[in-house]
Design a protein around this ligand. Sequence first.
Ligand SMILES: [Zn+2]
Length: 482
Amino acid sequence: MPERNKLTIVQLNDVHGYLEPHPELVWGHSGPLFPILGGFARIAGALRRIRVETGGNLLTLDNGDMFHGTYPAVVSKGYGIVPAANALGIDAMTAHWEFAWGPDHFEKLAAKLNYPVLALNCYRTNDGTRPFLPSAIFNRGGVTVGVIGMAATIIDKSMPPSFSVGRRFDIDEVALSMEIQRLRNEEVCQVIVVLSHLGLPQDAKLAEAVDGIDVILSGHTHNRLRTAILVRETIIIQSGCHGSFLGRLDLVIGERGILSFDHMLIPIDDRFQADEAMQQIVDDIMRPHRSELGRQVGVTLIPLHRNLQLYSPMDDLLLHAIAMAAGTDVAFSNGWRYGAPIPAGPVTVNDLWNIIPTNPSVSVTDLLGADIRQMMEENLERTFSPDPYRQMGGYLKRFRGLTMFGKLENPAGHRIEHIFFKGRELEDDEEIAVSFVTAQGVPEKYGHARRDLSIRAIEALEACLAAGGAASPDDVGRFYVS
Ligand SMILES: [Zn+2]
């Protein structure tokens, strides 16, 4: 091997089925800005350019959450995205929302891909075997690279139970360490990459705990890292979501591993020419849906987005719509991160599917004040636990009709100081009817008289927008850090 070799790794993470360019929120001096970013045709154009620049010494890796999140993805149970994903030249992926239609479905979808799904930490519960390869080995320009997949571990913990039937997910540092040793010693890999869907705080802890990881491509938490994080010898990057950014890592490899690196977070904007072949594939996928998805269903006077931790204007609208449909004062959804923003102006059917691609039934249940407190305490711990491995929320659970005060730094179970309902303190033994969407909104162990209404979330949103939309500032739910 020559003294120095070069290897470029490009990361895609949390694309969530966004085939076409779309508004993306970037923070500006006085608030959010909404440039048009992403789109598979421009991503393909960017990858082609990088492939030429690097003389093919390129590994393209996808962290998962590729096949769920937009209308064409969910109506086809992920299959609609397959031709486009297969045309990107991806070398391997790991997974999370791919399990939305159950593990068996995902294994069938994975068999249609021209690249492997890697998941060291996914096991069958009946015999402890792995349904996917734990790792794959690639040779690029004289460098042997071992890539180990770590799927999301929340799939069997905080996602709906149907996602993980007969499967178990864990963060097993010993199993990871053994795989690294095997790749280094038996397969003579010079570079070890962990392709992770654990989340950035979890990946930083993993890099601290496990020796021998050169690079962690981090996913799930939608962080746009403009500077790579170094934890001991491990380089960690993560690159946004919705295909709005690519992460590029240029490595110089010597006899004993990585000598130096350059990192770039690349916004997928109009500097990148659309790849014509990919545009054709995307057009073929979108053609049957375009006229319905383009139908205007209302107007929003404020931008709707999910880029804040403690509340989101997009969920304020969703919760307002659910509460209107169910006739309740209080409503809950989940702290989802995905969903491209909707700038002030017209709202289309496409936007509604981006808000809530699972389009679940609107559900109702009766919760005691004590249930609400316990459910929120559990969610606060899952969101802000000082132990990253215990973090398995997204953002804070979204709610309407309640005002809460609390301290995030307090111990688990003791963060909430006050919950106010209709201008007074909510009593523990007081029962109130609440509406919600999905078991992520209100887990099944809470409440009684739980039932699904015949109206689904997207119909509720459409009805709400037809009636004028916007949630009143008096009704929105807020958590204030006291
Ligand atoms: Zn995820």
